[in-house]
Design a protein around this ligand. Structure first.
Ligand code: TYC
Length: 122
């Protein structure tokens, strides 16, 4: 049989229970915990159609920066081509902003007018 030199770890103390608060008049007020932490706002990167950017360039951008396979990238590109715009992915605010930058930078360097924006989901 083994003996421990120190006490075994105990469970962390339970969080304090918010008990009844007593106001000056001696009456009892039960507080209801209504605040909840909200999940972070997410942002979708939307790519816009134009008449000049080659379809192949858009497909490659969707693969490179949005991790799409070629078939999915082609479907998204065609959706944008037909509908005028389409969602490339949904991310936290900073990541979405970076994706937009990457798209605009690549398009600018290649001399294409491709545009993308990030917008809050819902
Ligand atoms: N409309 C372009 C063309 O016919 C293709 C295109 C698709 C451009 C999607 C932009 O976001 C875009 N060459």
């Amino acid at each position: 049989m083994k003996f421990m030199a120190t006490k075994p770890p105990s469970n962390p103390p339970a969080p304090p229970v918010r008990g009844p608060a007593v106001d000056d008049g001696g009456s009892v007020v039960l507080e209801r915990r209504t605040q909840r932490t909200q999940p972070p706002q997410m942002y979708q990167v939307v790519m816009l159609n134009d008449d000049y950017t080659p379809m192949e360039f858009v497909i490659v951008v969707l693969q490179e920066f949005f991790g799409k396979d070629r078939e999915t990238a082609t479907q998204i590109m065609l959706k944008i081509h037909l509908d005028g715009k389409g969602v490339c992915g949904v991310y936290s605010r900073d990541v979405a902003a970076t994706k937009v930058e990457q798209v605009l930078d690549a398009a600018h360097k290649a001399g294409h007018p491709l545009q993308a924006v990030s917008e809050p989901v819902e």
